[in-house]
Design a binder for this molecule. Structure first.
Ligand code: FES
Length: 505
């Protein structure tokens, strides 16, 4: 969702001290920095790239307490009380955004609206009834069954109505938070890559340019934490999701949020424009790096929408990455094994509310306030009932190492079209090759520097994506998303050799 560039602070050029160092300038990092500066703490924000330029700018910004993993599933894994806390926290997150909008007088298209959940082909009304009952037990007493979602001429059949949901323009909202952080004395630095984080008194954060930030606490809000190599990444999995947008007649259908129960599910909202509404439809998710057909995904979304709505030609399309925790709840709190380092990860497709929850919860933890959601989101929690999900995701990761034994996508870089990338086998090595529009070819190791899986070409985003834990690299191999913290290696580096697979499981 675009609305002009966000302000660009400068790179960190000196060693500095602060109460809290926040790493990552998406919704979670900026919400935390904003809340901490409101409480009078000195905060430094370090961002590897540009502000809110990661997954936050790719969201469709549904603000919802209708959790897409379903309340009856959360109740199954976590129990009735914790399902209540989950509902309470997402409701509080929408309220918090609304309060911030009022306090800071933010013009970000925030509006309250209803949300409607209707069934996909796999489910009947019984499914909705089960969710309605679980939502009531979770404290959402207003959730009700209606005959149909108000989606114009599209007959959805019975639907569950969730009142007082919300939507907004995330970049307009974050622009105002950035200004408020600066007004409150916070300092924000972009293009500042963090190499190392050391827990301690104080904590030390070292940047790639040799600078050090010393702080009483560090918050890792980088979508996936880059300070933890293994533990947290075995408890969540990266997925890609696709979005298309097309004009529809002004006020031709209710402004509301809509979701179906298909697997993968579809999500729909409208954006007001001057002469029309913009219909935004998302879905067609798959595990990152495990499908190479973005055009088909966008086409499937377009056809799904065309069968249901009278709409014009597609005017925008994009994709984003969602991090799915195995037990459906984000990991927000003290990093396992650390005393003063905190993480926020596992957005579970509800990054705007989970990011805002992080702002509230981490600020409470750091300033010593009690918070009832602490155990619910504790990154060290063990959810015994999610053992099946844990095994399934980690078997999937283990299976990705089979890529070492397979051939390349193509035989040689000569077979590449301009603007295209592919993995090529050079003897024992797997090489990530990209051909630029001018015909020059860039080759680097296809081995992900995190834990050694083979990256895959993402033709939609022109990136290299790792199918194991979701690290992403630009077309030339520079790291974009963790957990990897370094680029794909040059071809003469030792890491390009086939690793000892016995050490990988
Ligand atoms: Fe873990 Fe690539 S992200 S191996």
């Amino acid at each position: 969702m675009e609305d002009g560039p966000l302000p660009v602070p400068t790179m960190l050029h000196e060693d500095i001290e602060a109460d809290v160092c926040v790493i990552g300038a998406g919704i979670a990092g900026l919400s935390t920095a904003y809340e901490l500066t409101r409480r009078g703490l000195q905060v430094v924000v370090l961002e590897d790239g540009l502000l809110a330029a990661g997954e936050t700018e790719r969201t469709t910004a549904h603000l919802s307490n209708a959790l897409d993993d379903r309340y009856f599933q959360i109740e199954r894994l976590h129990g009735e009380h914790r399902a209540q806390l989950a509902a309470e926290s997402h409701t509080a997150a929408i309220d918090c955004i609304e309060s911030n909008v009022w306090r800071e007088k933010i013009d970000c298209d925030f509006e309250r609206l209803d949300g409607f959940l209707f069934t996909g082909p796999e489910h009947s009304t019984d499914y909705l009834e089960r969710e309605r009952e679980a939502a009531h037990r979770a404290g959402l007493a207003g959730v009700e069954m209606v005959a149909c979602a108000p989606l114009g001429s599209f007959d959805t059949g019975p639907a569950l109505k969730f009142s007082r949901q919300g939507q907004f323009h995330p970049l307009k909202y974050l622009r105002a938070l950035i200004a408020a952080i600066a007004r409150n004395g916070g300092r924000i630095f972009t293009h500042t890559h963090v190499d190392e984080i050391h827990d301690g008194t104080p904590c030390e954060v070292h940047t790639a340019t040799g600078r050090t930030v010393r702080a009483d606490a560090v918050v890792m809000a980088t979508n996936v934490p880059v300070n933890d190599r293994v533990t947290i990444h075995t408890k969540q999995a990266p997925y890609r999701t696709y979005v298309v947008a097309a004009p529809v007649p002004l006020n031709g259908m209710a402004h509301a949020l809509f979701w179906d129960t298909a697997d993968p599910y579809h999500y729909v909202r409208l954006q007001r424009c001057q002469s029309h509404d913009l219909l935004i439809v998302g879905g067609e998710d798959h595990k990152t790096g495990q499908a190479e057909d973005p055009e088909k995904r966008w086409e499937a979304l377009t056809q799904w929408a065309r069968r249901r709505f009278t709409m014009g030609a597609i005017v925008h399309r994009w994709s984003g990455q969602v991090i799915e925790p195995i037990d459906y709840l984000a990991f927000i709190g003290r990093n396992p094994g650390d005393k003063h380092v905190y993480i926020a990860t596992g957005d579970s497709g509800q990054g705007m509310t989970h990011g805002t929850i992080a702002g509230i919860l981490l600020s409470d933890l750091i300033t010593g306030r009690d918070n009832p959601w602490k155990e619910l989101y504790d990154p060290s929690r063990k959810t015994v009932r999610a053992a099946g999900e844990f095994a399934r995701e980690n078997l999937n990761v283990a299976a990705q190492y089979r890529d070492y034994a397979t051939g390349g996508d193509i035989k040689s870089a000569d077979d590449l079209m301009p603007g295209q990338g592919a993995v090529i086998r050079h003897g024992l090595r797997k090489v990530a090759a990209y051909k630029s529009e001018d015909g020059s070819v860039c080759e680097c190791s296809a081995v992900c520097p995190h834990l050694g899986c083979i990256v895959h070409w993402n033709d939609a985003e022109k990136t290299w994506d790792c199918p194991c834990h979701g690290s992403r690299f630009d077309r030339f191999g520079s790291v974009l998303n963790g957990p990897a913290i370094s680029d794909l290696k040059a071809l003469d580096a030792r890491e390009t050799q086939v690793p000892d697979l016995a050490t990988k499981d």
